[in-house]
Design a protein around this ligand. Structure first.
Ligand SMILES: [Cu+2]
Length: 560
């Protein structure tokens, strides 16, 4: 018998400080013939970030600080000229001034001006995104992915990290081989008119989108009026046979939700909205605006092309998918497959993700605990008309929120919103420190019949993740190990969520259908206002934050 010497492998453990990650984003608008991501023959202006739509990947390692300089060179008069950028899902502890929400956490960045967002990522890791939070400007293209990878990559340069095959610090890393820039998928909807023109008639609830855009590209329905040559559709991959891919999927839509599936492949869900979950294998899932999922897909089918399907609701194009399946979908391509469109057909799913089946991988108890909450708010959603009958207005809770001339954060810092402030007609709700809060979200659907499409609202809370104690249509509440996320859909049923108030700041809670937000479907929690002003949780403002308002307020309306 041979004795095999045991080789002791000692892994080096390096403790390093979190890095400062510096980014520069320059915003501009397309001109000429480039503004047609779906082949529609009439170009329109698109807001570009560093000359691309969607914007470039911003990535960091867990614990890093991000310093993101935004320069506003948006010049088209057909889109909103000023801007803000929100970092969706980032808690912004002590940095609510960098949350990027117009008239809540800052005044907008005026044309030809810059502002640097500065925020830590604390213990967060996962899939996030960024988008304009001024008016309906993100519908004009200001969207992009933001990914925070695990801490073991801290020593590496960014170039190195993006080519790493997987994240060794991720507790679920053994489940996948590839997780990089090419496995991030943004799915959005698109209008052939700029947002302000598409939604000029505010008596409608929202404009209908014209096409589905995957990673910035899609195909408009060709018809007899516009016989353009087939527009190229996005390609996911090429994937290498037998490797396992972590796809990070982000819904950047202004209205549309999608049923996602890949012909002949299953998907194992491991993350929702920045929280890893116990792996759950499904063959389709629904993703609402603002939400993210990480799914692992094993390339275990014969080399070829398969449809990556993102079936939209509403049915944007009234399109028979058998006629031109490239409408709405992307190509999932294997290495070695011909450069051709797939011929695979749709198989109805047998296992669709149910939101309440997701269990957080670590710390499964809800923020705020498993017992009774300190406070419960019933938050009804209603549709009303304005006094003149000239606009539809949504209410969330006791009223609507349209922003105030002085941002909520500035009002708190100057003392005009105190801890004692009662809920007023401005729809700002003061909440205390270290409370567990349940929100019962009550939809506006007619009883006894399925909700209308526009009555399904993905609601997003800034500054927090929350537990979904009872998802829409979930038979019984789960106080023990409910899913945690930052955007939840009221979808054919009421929803109860729970969060705790350990993050002082003004946090907007709003519908992520951007058209509904523009029509007032929002409220603002002024969380522990006294602690925003002073003490260990007090806000640290980026340079130039206060000056934003003076510059913006002096602009003529067409520059705002
Ligand atoms: Cu809504």
């Amino acid at each position: 018998m041979f004795w095999i010497p045991i080789l002791l492998v000692v892994l080096p453990i390096t403790v390093v400080d979190a890095a400062q990650r510096n980014y520069s984003l320059v915003l501009s608008t397309t001109s000429g013939g480039t503004g047609r991501p779906d082949g529609w023959p009439f170009p329109r202006p698109i807001v570009l970030t560093n000359d691309t739509f969607p914007g470039p990947l911003i990535s960091a390692q867990k614990g890093d600080t991000l310093n993101i300089n935004v320069t506003n060179l948006i010049s088209s008069p057909r889109v909103r000229r000023s801007t803000t950028i929100h970092w969706h899902g980032i808690f912004q502890h002590r940095t609510s001034g960098s949350d990027g929400t117009a008239q809540v956490s800052q005044c907008p960045i005026s044309p030809s001006h810059s502002f640097q967002y500065q925020f830590g990522t604390d213990g967060q890791a996962g899939t996030f995104w960024y988008h304009s939070h001024l008016g309906t400007q993100y519908c004009d293209g200001l969207v992009g992915p933001l990914v925070i990878y695990g801490e073991s990559r801290i020593n590496s340069s960014l170039e190195c990290c993006l080519s790493l095959s997987s994240d060794p610090q991720d507790p679920l890393a053994s489940l996948y081989d590839v997780d990089n820039q090419n496995t991030i998928i943004t799915i959005g909807d698109w209008n052939h008119l700029p947002a302000n023109e598409a939604f000029r008639d505010t008596t409608i609830l929202q404009p209908n989108p014209d096409s589905v855009i995957i990673n910035g590209n899609g195909r408009f329905v060709r018809g007899p009026e516009f016989p353009v040559t087939p527009w190229p559709v996005s390609v996911i991959g090429p994937v290498t046979r037998n490797l396992r891919y972590r796809f990070r999927i982000i819904n950047t839509s202004c209205y549309t939700f999608f049923n996602v599936s890949i012909d002949k492949h299953t998907m194992t869900v491991i993350e929702a909205d920045g929280t890893e979950v116990n792996p759950l294998t499904v063959d389709s899932f629904t993703i609402f605006p603002g939400q993210r999922y990480s799914v692992i897909v094993k390339a275990d089918q014969p080399v070829g092309n398969y449809w990556f399907r993102t079936t939209p609701t509403p049915n944007i194009t009234n399109w028979d998918q058998n006629k031109d399946p490239a409408v709405n979908n992307a190509i999932f391509r294997y290495e070695g497959a011909p450069i051709a469109e797939p011929t695979t057909t749709f198989t109805p799913p047998t296992k669709t993700l149910r939101e309440w089946d997701m269990v957080p991988y670590s710390s499964p108890a809800p923020p705020g605990g498993t017992g009774l909450p300190d406070k419960t708010f019933v938050v009804p959603i209603n549709l009303v008309n304005d006094a003149m009958g000239q606009a539809t207005i949504w209410t969330l809770g006791n009223g609507s929120f349209f922003g105030t001339a002085v941002p909520t954060l500035m009002q708190i810092l100057t003392g005009s919103i105190s801890a004692q402030k009662a809920l007023g007609d401005d729809n700002v709700v003061t909440i205390g420190y270290n409370e567990s809060i349940d929100l019962t979200l009550v939809n506006d659907c007619d009883p006894g019949v399925p909700c209308a499409i526009e009555d399904n609202h993905p609601l997003h809370l800034h500054g927090h993740e929350f537990a979904v104690i009872q998802a829409a249509n979930q038979p019984t509440p789960n106080y023990k190990n409910p899913p945690r996320r930052d955007t939840v859909a009221i979808y054919n049923g009421n929803v109860t969520i729970r969060f705790n108030t350990l993050n002082p700041g003004p946090w907007i809670f709003h519908c992520h259908i951007d058209w509904h937000l523009a029509q007032g479907m929002a409220l603002v929690f002024a969380e522990a206002p006294d602690r925003i002003k002073s003490g260990p949780d007090s806000v640290i403002l980026p340079p130039g934050w206060k000056e934003l308002c003076n510059i913006y307020d002096s602009l003529p309306p067409d520059q705002q």
